[in-house]
Design a protein around this ligand. Structure first.
Ligand code: F0G
Length: 423
């Protein structure tokens, strides 16, 4: 090959790739039906690439959120709902990849520390692969839905009397001494799987790149995985630019936000974490430097949101008929702040990544609607406008007698007034 030819990068046939990825969706092969493995041309991680451990993950919906868009003051807002995966969270896209590698390499045991979603996903995929799974979770600090899943899928569930960060330390001990395959998000194959929603999102947008992607931040791997996905598409010539990626944390668990403010992200300042969004209750995130890189290279932002702001955002998304868990709702709460600060303009097209399904943590939702969620101090942080918004969103169940025409009268009052009238 001559010198001038060698310097021309060999790019794939972009149209052929796009067609192939779409076409696989109509195939009967399990690998093709998976929204992760139909992109296997960019996932060179298995020898037997056509037989991964799959629950047909991915292929999740992209929803419009017109009322939330109006509430935050932008024209165009979509949500990619990763909670619509088989175990109800975005973790499935990474777990199919890493569990397939573990099975192909002949491991018998897998383990992870988790705030609940990773453990649910790992337990399910390990069961499909006939591997034995150990999950380490902080006692009393994970949502019931998630705990029930790892039990149902047959994992050995160890509830440790510590927080998530303590579980990670205990897991390190296990991995050092026993032949167990580590499935926390430092596992590189998980990130390979978690990059594929970036491909899927662009496919759903006819390959038009939005200006902004907003993700929740906990252990801080997901932002980097998506960033890697977009970068790969950019280098292959499928897109002409990479969207900005912003990471939002709960204020009570915001080591990234604090470290960026204190030292520009050069050094992680761990903290004792506390938030009702238990999925992201993490004070010492493993992938801190990856998140700093994602934000800096894509031109995104990081922001912290309060418990009150999270609760409101979750109710606003819910009122559009789309249930997500509190950790996912930080994205809308963060967007509100970024718009108010002028960092995102009205014309910019924004996609929220909703990471978990509302049924993961129904207690949070019930507590919100029955006004048992926030302390008085937290609730008092709401602005006057937000207070009105809370009042219009809350739907406390009404308990009625069935004697006489009580039900009819109550509903007739509401129909006449055109609003839900509390009794
Ligand atoms: N949203 C949900 C619903 C999560 O479960 C997590 C993390 C995140 C966001 C944050 O993603 O860690 O990549 O920054 N859950 C992990 C777990 C920690 O164990 O399930 P991240």
């Amino acid at each position: 090959m001559g010198g001038s030819e060698a310097s021309v990068p060999r790019l794939p046939n972009v149209s052929a790739l796009r067609w192939l990825w779409q076409e696989r969706r109509s195939s009967t092969l399990a690998a093709d039906q998976s929204g992760v493995w139909r992109f296997r041309d960019l996932l060179p991680i298995l020898t037997d690439i056509e037989h991964p451990i799959t629950l047909r993950e991915g292929n999740t919906p992209l929803y419009e959120l017109p009322r939330s868009a109006a509430a935050v003051g932008i024209n165009w807002l979509l949500a990619k709902h990763q909670g619509m995966n088989p175990t109800g969270s975005f973790k499935d896209t990474g777990m199919t990849a890493a569990l397939s590698v573990a099975a192909e390499r002949g491991y018998e045991w897998v383990a992870c520390a988790s705030t609940g979603n990773t453990s649910a996903a790992m337990a399910a995929y390990a069961a499909r692969a006939n591997l034995r799974a150990i999950v380490l979770i902080p006692e009393g600090r994970i949502a019931w839905g998630k705990l029930s899943q790892s039990m149902d899928y047959g994992a050995i569930t160890l509830q440790l009397k510590t927080d998530f960060d303590g579980c990670v330390r205990a897991l390190g001990e296990l991995i050092r001494h026993l032949p167990i395959y580590l499935l926390n998000s430092v596992n590189p194959y998980r990130l390979e799987g978690q990059k594929t929603p970036a491909f899927e999102l662009l496919e759903q947008l006819d390959w038009h790149v939005p200006e902004h992607i907003i993700v929740p931040g906990g252990n801080l791997a997901n932002n980097a995985a998506l960033g890697k996905g977009f970068e790969e598409l950019f280098h292959l010539g499928l897109i002409s630019r990479v969207p900005k990626i912003s990471v939002i944390q709960a204020a009570g668990a915001s080591p990234l936000v604090r470290s960026m403010a204190a030292n520009g992200g050069r050094e992680l300042l761990p903290m004792k974490a506390d938030t009702r969004a238990t999925a992201i209750r993490i004070g010492n995130p493993a992938s801190f430097y990856k998140a700093v890189r994602t934000i800096q290279t894509t031109g995104g932002w990081t922001e912290a949101v309060s418990e009150q702001e999270i609760a409101l955002a979750k109710a606003q998304i819910g009122a559009e008929g789309i249930g997500c868990e509190p950790a996912s709702a930080v994205t809308l709460a963060g967007l509100k702040k970024l718009v108010a600060q002028g960092k995102i303009t009205r014309e910019e097209r924004v996609v929220l990544i909703l990471t978990g399904h509302t049924l993961k943590d129904p207690q949070y939702t019930i507590d919100y609607h029955t006004q048992a969620l926030l302390t008085e101090l937290e609730a008092a942080e709401a602005s006057a406008i937000d207070e009105v918004e809370h009042d219009s969103l809350r739907r406390q169940p009404m308990v009625l007698d069935v004697e006489g025409e009580t039900v009819l009268r109550a509903v007739a009052r509401m129909v006449e007034a055109g609003v839900a009238i509390p009794l």
